[in-house]
Design a protein around this ligand. Structure first.
Ligand code: HEC
Ligand code: HEC
Length: 199
């Protein structure tokens, strides 16, 4: 009898979990275990887990769907994205994009534009803070993550028609210079794990 009660509870719990509406903070707390830890690294190859704060909402949604569909191949991110409903993804994207960076810091940047970036600024902006919400903000993103992304577009690991065309024209040196340039600006920011733990 005990066994059947146990089974019954187990099913009820599953039903409850399936219908319970999770808050954006609850949904994002597992994500912050990697995205909210200072300089947390992807183990192999080694690069920092990208910052999500102040990123465009539309881009976050499209990135999570790209992991779901396999357009972007990263086993852990695929597993996380696969568990999220469209509504969950919407809430998470709202949550991370709602953290805004200081506009004054972005505008007052004294970093000189470089020639290599000429072919990027039309979409990503001179400082990497793209206006169009489907073009990710790359200003302030970790340098080694930007470099890894550019290589991934070039070698086909990341399957995106626009960026594949662009990255395939870049040499390794140009990718390094561009990653350094855009990462030096202000833009996206790391959301501290403590924010959700304390609020
Ligand atoms: C185990 C660590 C880990 C966890 C947990 C994790 N991520 Fe990630 N996430 C990564 C790594 C590493 C990447 C970069 C993968 C790549 O190269 O495509 C990434 C990439 C992303 C991107 C793409 C960022 C960009 O600039 O393109 C989004 C969006 C994202 N994660 C959201 C989430 C959300 C939402 C959750 C929680 C539901 C989550 N992640 C949980 C490690 C993690
Ligand atoms: C025609 C518009 C366009 C141009 C020009 C362009 N990009 Fe992109 N870029 C995009 C889009 C769209 C994405 C998102 C693709 C995806 O979903 O993977 C992207 C993604 C990226 C990413 C990945 C960001 C992340 O968070 O994962 C990097 C890095 C990047 N671009 C760098 C560059 C650089 C450097 C240049 C110039 C050499 C450039 N882009 C030129 C449209 C553009």
């Amino acid at each position: 009898m005990k066994f059947f009660i146990y089974i019954f509870c187990f099913f009820m719990l599953n039903i409850y979990n399936a219908y319970a509406q999770k808050s954006p903070e609850e949904l994002s707390s597992t994500c912050l275990g990697c995205h909210g830890v200072e300089s947390y690294n992807n183990i192999y190859p080694t690069y920092k887990v990208p910052k999500l704060g102040n990123q465009h909402k539309e881009y976050i949604i499209s990135a999570l769907n790209a992991y779901k569909s396999g357009e972007r191949s990263h086993p852990t991110m695929k597993a996380h994205a696969a568990n999220l409903s469209d509504l969950d993804i919407e809430k998470i994207a709202d949550y991370f994009s709602s953290y805004k960076s200081d506009e004054k810091l972005i505008k007052n940047s004294s970093i000189k534009m470089i020639d290599e970036a000429n072919s990027c600024v039309g979409c990503h902006g001179v400082d990497g803070n793209s206006m169009a919400p489907t073009f990710p903000k790359i200003g302030g993103q970790y340098e080694d993550y930007l470099y890894y992304s550019l290589k991934s577009y070039k070698n086909g690991n990341r399957d995106n028609a626009i960026m594949k065309g662009i990255a395939s024209t870049l040499t390794d040196d140009q990718m390094k210079i561009l990653s350094k340039y855009f990462s030096s600006h202000n833009g996206v920011k790391k959301i501290d794990q403590m924010i959700t733990a304390t609020e």
